[in-house]
Design a protein around this ligand. Structure first.
Ligand code: ADP
Ligand code: MG
Length: 740
């Protein structure tokens, strides 16, 4: 139901999981969720209300009850979206709901059971089957990335250092919108490879979390697939279409109990709330349509989903519910959320020939490598002809050239040429060895030369081999329609799939028609009514009045509910605010009382706010006039010295002054030639010795203490010592040594 051309609303489907064993044992109350699959309606019963109170009814694009199959949900609600992505649209699927209601089950499912595989593995199948079945003039490049948002930090799940790596930054570009800087993306050539990527990410997620369930219900996981497709257009040029898919498993939407939490846990709770409440605010703002400002920037999640909500993307939201009566409030909130999201209008368009298409780069690189190989081929051919010209025999029938077999041929030609040359060099070597007129020296020289030539030859061959390998590796990354992947399905299976799609399509349109009819019915009912008697008219009108009254009551109750919810969320926000204020006061107290004011001012003057990253940052100490001058350049060393050295230090060294000015050769490594000092422990002479030491400072006379020559001895104090000679020599030698 699009409002204007090119715009379409977010598709919202609801899924309810079966009661689990624990809930079944809780009592005979049964589920509170009923579903009308034909009409796409969810009917919610309030377990605490009286039987007379009307039940709440919501209508969606499709609903899936406890007995629904993964495959049905995929074929009906997801397949069209993946098809669009393959045609170059952006697409997003996100699962939203309380923890334990089946978000992960819907998105991932049970991998080992083909019946229970979720949206993501089915999408892998779909994408690669589509490629294998497409025409052979299409080239594809599939890339995958996996990230999570935990405590408002974006983390790359494919980074081997996931646990310790810094959080990633979000950036915005006019072409691709918001993206994650430095995010790992893996080129995938088959279903197996992309599944491997998913597994690696899931493991990183599990390792990072102490309690997996706790973690997964607090972090948002985004699996991103980019499919680039190049196809020759009517103008003969290759056009590239880029489809980006976001497959999102959100954190649990239930309210986190926050009372009494402090520090990290408080931050986490506040941030969980922040991301999901920001999502709620964005959905409300978009659904409302009146407020001009949409608060995308309030959280990382909403920034990443900016295109998916109200932008250039097709979006499917799967709201998951649990049927248990004790979660009535949460279920109702989820349904309200989902109901609001239906009204969001997106403007999807095909991404044609974007500037940053990786496929284009790959094609260029492959062309470059091919040209290089061709050049080598031409060169080796020339050389071969030269060899032939010199008269060496060879079994030479001319090779035929085919553009497609370029690698094979180049390899063959190069090998042949190398073989030929090797033979020739061997023969020459043999001839040299046997030549009796040559001097032994001369022979050696000539043989050495030939060896070198052979070495060069081998090096060249290796280079060619490397180039060929690189070329092959590059080319194998591109998937060619109908070629690279073996299609396991036979014709019958293909037909079956097509029929299933048709059925899904039909039931979808049937449901849409039913919903429209229901609306129209109500409108036309009164036009058709004719009354034969007054009594009848009164009866009919009374009935209608009752109906309308019931509706009114419903809406009143709804308003009351919404008000209550607002009050509740306001109270929660106030509570969070109070806790944050308390923490702020605590930090203030520390700053005011324990940090010197001048230090505080220095720090404050250096801080600036980076709205892009939503962080305070330190300004660099050196003013950033230009990028190049930002880094202080290291002064070049003075001529003749290995290290930069000041004029003062140079003079000091030349004067032989304090050795702290020496930049090198700080230690004296000459052997100490003075005889070792020994002393007997004769206490009676100690006083005398001390006296003599104070008179004469010479260490040679100092017999009680072992002489040491540390760098801090000044030459003056050891004027008469024998070691002075070596020290002075060393001083004199320093400039020369340093000049080396
Ligand atoms: P969430 O990711 O929303 O926290 P999970 O997907 O982990 O919830 O589901 C919780 C449990 O419920 C899992 O054991 C899962 O197998 C089961 N479950 C969820 N949805 C269904 C369903 N439609 N059919 C059968 N079991 C389901
Ligand atoms: Mg989960």
């Amino acid at each position: 139901m699009s409002k204007n051309k090119g715009s379409e609303s977010v598709k919202v489907v609801v899924r309810c999981r079966p009661l689990n064993r624990k809930e079944e044992s809780n009592g005979p109350a049964g589920g509170i969720v009923q579903m009308d699959l034909r009409l796409g309606q969810v009917i919610l019963r309030n377990p605490r209300a009286s039987a007379s109170e009307p039940q709440k009814t919501f209508t969606f694009d499709a609903v899936y009850d406890a007995s629904s199959k993964q495959r049905d949900l995929y074929d009906e609600s997801v397949r069209p979206l993946i098809d669009s992505a393959l045609a170059g649209f952006n697409g997003t699927i996100f699962a939203y709901g309380q923890t334990g209601t089946g978000k992960t089950y819907t998105m991932q499912g049970v991998w080992l059971d083909p019946e229970k595989r979720g949206v993501i593995p089915n999408a892998f199948d779909h994408i690669f089957t589509h490629i294998s079945r497409s025409q052979s003039d299409k080239q594809y490049l599939v890339r995958a990335s996996y990230l999570e948002i935990y405590r408002e930090e974006v983390r790359d799940l494919l980074d081997p250092n996931h646990g310790t790596a810094r959080a990633l930054e979000l950036r915005e570009s006019p072409d691709t919108g918001v993206y994650v800087r430095d995010l790992t993306s893996c080129v995938c050539k088959s279903i197996k490879e992309i599944e491997e990527v998913m597994n690696v990410g899931n493991q990183a997620r599990a390792v990072g979390a102490t309690d997996m369930n706790e973690h997964s219900s607090r972090s948002h996981a985004l699996f991103l697939i980019t499919v680039e497709c190049s196809q020759p257009g009517p103008d003969g040029r290759k056009h590239i279409r880029v489809g980006r898919l976001n497959l999102v498993d959100l954190a649990g939407s239930e309210r986190q109990a926050k009372t009494g939490v402090q520090g990290d846990r408080l931050k986490e709770a506040a941030k969980i709330n922040l991301s999901l409440s920001a999502l709620g605010n964005v959905i409300s703002a978009l659904a409302d349509g009146r407020s001009g400002h949409v608060p995308y920037r309030d959280s990382k999640l909403t920034r990443l989903l900016q295109d998916s909500l109200g932008g250039n993307a097709k979006t499917v939201m799967v709201a998951t519910l649990g049927p248990a009566p004790q979660h009535y409030e949460e279920t109702l909130t989820t349904l309200r959320y989902a109901n609001r999201a239906k009204n969001i209008q997106n403007q999807p368009r095909v991404n044609e020939d974007p500037k940053d298409a990786l496929l284009r780069e790959f094609q260029r690189e492959i062309a470059r490598l091919r040209a290089q190989l061709n050049h080598r081929k031409w060169r080796s051919k020339q050389k071969k002809e030269q060899v032939e010209g010199e008269g060496w025999e060879r079994d030479g029938d001319e090779e035929t050239e085919g553009e497609d077999e370029v690698e094979v041929e180049v390899e063959k030609e190069a090998q042949e040429y190398v073989k030929l040359e090797e033979q020739r060099l061997e023969r020459e070597k043999e001839a040299i060895r046997e030549d009796q007129f040559l001097l032994a020296e001369e022979k050696q020289r000539l043989l050495g030369e030939k060896e070198r030539m052979m070495g060069d030859l081998r090096k060249e061959q290796e280079a060619t081999e490397q180039l060929t390998a690189k070329y092959k590796a590059m080319e194998s990354k591109l998937l060619v329609g109908g070629k690279n992947i073996i299609d396991h399905t036979n014709e019958q299976q293909k037909m079956l799939e097509m029929k299933r799609q048709e059925i899904a399509e039909q039931s979808r349109s049937e449901r849409e028609m039913q919903q429209q009819m229901l609306v129209q019915d109500e409108e036309t009912l009164e036009l058709r009514e004719t009354f034969t008697s007054l009594q009848q008219e009164v009866e009919a009108k009374t009935k209608k009045l009752k109906k309308l009254y019931a509706k009114l009551q419903c809406i009143k109750a709804e308003i009351q509910d919404v008000n209550d919810e607002h009050v509740r969320s306001r109270q929660e926000l106030e509570q969070t605010q109070n806790e944050l204020t308390r923490e702020l006061k605590f930090k203030y107290l520390i700053i005011e009382n324990f940090i010197p004011p001048e230090e505080k001012n220095k720090i404050m003057n250096r801080l600036t706010f980076d709205p892009e990253e939503d962080q305070w940052k330190f300004q660099p100490l050196v003013p950033a006039e230009s990028k190049s001058s930002q880094m202080k350049k290291r002064p070049t060393s003075a001529v003749g010295y290995k290290r930069p050295i000041s004029q003062y230090a140079r003079v000091a060294i030349a004067m032989g002054a304090h050795s702290r000015y020496r930049a090198e050769n700080i230690m004296f490594l000459e052997l100490d030639m003075t005889p070792p000092n020994t002393s007997s422990l004769d206490r009676s002479t100690e006083a005398e010795q001390n006296q003599s030491r104070s008179v004469d400072n010479s260490p040679t006379k100092d017999r009680g203490v072992r002489k040491s020559r540390s760098w801090c001895q000044t030459p003056k104090s050891i004027a008469s010592s024998s070691s002075n000679v070596s020290l002075a020599a060393c001083h004199a030698a320093t400039p020369t040594a340093a000049a080396q």
